[in-house]
Each structure stands twice: as C-alpha cells, then as structure tokens.
Design a protein around this ligand. Structure first.
Ligand code: DP6
Length: 368
C-alpha cells in the first residue's frame, strides 16, 4: 500500500509529455562518479517490477565508486549500445546491460533514437564483496537523466535525483540507494514520510549526524565470482518458509534502527546491524534451495569481533553483503583502536585477506 498522496507517475509521466526528439549534430556527453552502498537493513526478496518485499536502509560509501561516461549520437531509426569496461570491450556485461535497459526504456523513450557509447570503470576490484551493481547502475542512470536534461531541460534538481534513483532501482534494486549522500531508505514504510517502493529517499534528517562519520573497513576474505547471484537469491525468497517473518523482522528492525540512530544509541545500532547481517545469511541457508556464502574465516572474524567488543568495550560491529566478506563498521573517533584490532587480531596470519578502507560518503559527483 502506498501513501494516499503518492503519485507514482509524477516521475514517469514527465516523459510522456516530452516533445519528440529533434535530430541533432555532434555528441552529447555525460560522465558521473557514483558510489556503492552497504545495506544495514537488507533488501532480500522482491516482486515485479523490482518492488522490494521490505524497506531497506544503507550507508552510501565514498571510495568504492564507478565512473561512467555516456556519449550519445542521434540516429533516427538505428539505436545501438556499445559498452566498454575499463576501455575494453565487455561482451558479457553488454549483453546483461541490453536486457536491463529494456526495463527502463519506456521512461527514457528518447534512447530509441540514439547510439550510445558507454564506458565504465570501478575504483575497486570486480566481485570484491562490494556491490558493484549499486555503483555501476546508479552511475549509468545518472548519465541517462543528465542526457535527458540536456535534450529537454525538464528535470529540476529534486526530480533529477528522484528519477535517477527510480531508474537505478529498475536496473538493480540496491542501486536506488546510491544517488544520495549519507543514509538512504528504499521501500515504503507508513511511518516514514516520502518513503516509496519506487525510489530511495535520503534519511540524514532522521538520524544523529554522529553516524555520518562512520567508517567501513571491508575485509575481503574471498574475491572470486559469487556462486549464487543476488537475482537468484532474491527469487529463493518467493517460496521461503520464513519469508513473511523475515519481511516483518526487517520492517521492525528499520524503525528500531532509526530510533537508535536518532538517539545515538550505539549498542542498539550494533545489535540491529548484526542481527540483519545474520538474518540475511540465515535466509540463504534455510531457503528452498539452501546455500551458504560465509566461509570459515567469515565466522572466525565475526566471533572475534563480538569477543573483542565484549572484552574491550570497543563499539564496532560487522555486517555482510551477499558474500563471505566482512564490513567492519565503527565511528571515526575509534579509528586508531579498530585499525589495531583489525591488523593485530582480525587478519593477523591471514595473508589472503585484503582490506579496503571506506567511509560514509557524500554521494555521486558529476564529472562532465
Ligand atoms: C544482499 O540490488 O544486487 O546486497 O535488484 O536483483 O539487482 P537486484 O539485487 P541487488 O541485491 C542486493 C542485496 C543485498 C542487500 C542490499 O543491498 O540491500
């Protein structure tokens, strides 16, 4: 159920009012850097068309981002897409992208008269346990909205980012949360004004600014390709025996987390964040076709984090994405202490484990 005054077409209809695309000479270009994000309340389970089964909340990251450039040339009846990754042809990504663009073509109808040259690069290794679809799909959506604005000047700043989030969501759900800084919520929640299943909203005003200074040290335990894709994982929630309970748990956790973040209750923040991470993986392990993405080192490190927190009273915690890698979350005030713990106690003797340091960031940046 959506709020009474919500008009799903407020974003969408703008395109149906668009004048027909006039032929143009030369090239239109847009280039955006868009960050990845780490979910604290997890999106796991969806229905058509890319509607989440529960609302989710994330930190937008800073250092892990995709930079995408789109060049557009007019071509009346012969549209095409040429996708390159790090300036190299990438046939498998291109094929995937062509399928994904079908989901958004009605909202950017002008692309049927364009030849698009797209080039993307990531600042972090592919499959490194960082949601690359969130950064890459949001960067692409931002470029496409920018091209739309260059053609029709129809989107003000708010509409621009709302539409970018809307298109990002259709491409990859978690990407909808990457178009804004800080803390973002995707999914309708009756008590959260403006929240929607169609796009994300920024939630910085709902929390204490203390949490905007949170750090995320990502411990990469295994960077091989995921054996179960997120898309398949989501679909396994369809006939999951615990599905309804899980969606309810996420809704309750979201409100409790917001309460903890508003009141700077870090113990409660830690409890909920870790509960969400383990619940996500519990869903995987108890799904109709069970699978496990955690590795022995994931469990060892989780146990150490909990043990050290209890011993030293250090307020740091873990979360997990759909993979074995651990995101260690903590406030910047205890960066030095957590650094020491990570180096001396968490990854000591584990040469295989790589570490990427990130923190809550200020959202996407336009390059061209
Ligand atoms: C575990 O956004 O990758 O990272 O919508 O099918 O592209 P699609 O899925 P995706 O799912 C992300 C799942 C998650 C949790 C989260 O980011 O909320």
């Amino acid at each position: 159920m959506q709020p009474q005054n919500f008009d799903v077409n407020s974003v969408i209809f703008k395109n149906f009012n668009q004048p027909k695309l006039q032929p143009f000479d030369g090239t239109l270009a847009s280039s955006w850097q868009s960050p990845s994000n780490i979910a604290l309340i997890k999106y796991w389970g969806k229905k058509e068309p890319q509607i989440p089964m529960n609302p989710s909340l994330s930190f937008t990251l800073k250092n892990a981002f995709t930079e995408t450039t789109v060049e557009a040339f007019y071509s009346k009846n012969n549209p095409s897409i040429n996708y390159r990754f790090h300036n190299q042809p990438a046939p498998s990504f291109q094929e995937k992208l062509e399928k994904l663009l079908v989901r958004i073509k009605d909202y950017i109808p002008f692309i049927q008269h364009l030849k698009l040259e797209i080039n993307s690069q990531n600042t972090f290794p592919h499959s490194a346990g960082i949601a690359s679809s969130a950064s890459s799909m949001s960067a692409l959506a931002l470029c496409l909205c920018d091209i739309e604005n260059q053609l029709f000047s129809n989107l003000n700043k708010n509409d621009f980012f709302q539409k970018a989030s809307f298109l990002s969501r259709l491409l990859s759900g978690s990407a909808s949360r990457s178009v804004y800084e800080g803390v973002n919520i995707w999914g309708y929640q009756p008590y959260i004004s403006g929240s929607s299943d169609e796009f994300s909203i920024n939630a910085n005003h709902l929390i204490d600014p203390y949490f905007i200074d949170y750090q995320d040290s990502i411990l990469i335990i295994d960077d091989s390709e995921k054996k179960v894709s997120s898309t398949l994982g989501h679909s396994l929630m369809n006939n999951h025996i615990f599905a309804e309970k899980r969606f309810e748990q996420a809704r309750v956790n979201l409100l409790d987390l917001l309460d903890a973040m508003k009141n700077k209750n870090e113990d409660e923040f830690i409890r909920i964040v870790e509960n969400e991470a383990l619940s996500l993986h519990a869903m995987m392990m108890t799904s109709p076709k069970p699978f496990m993405l955690m590795k022995p080192d994931t469990i060892k490190i989780i146990e150490k984090i909990v043990e050290i927190r209890e011993q030293k009273g250090l307020k740091f915690c873990f979360t997990l994405d759909a993979g074995p890698n651990i995101h260690v979350l903590y406030h910047k005030n205890i960066k030095k202490e957590v650094d020491d713990v990570i180096n001396k106690e968490l990854i000591v003797n584990c040469e295989r484990i790589k570490r990427l340091d990130d923190f809550v960031g200020c959202g996407p940046t336009k390059i061209i």
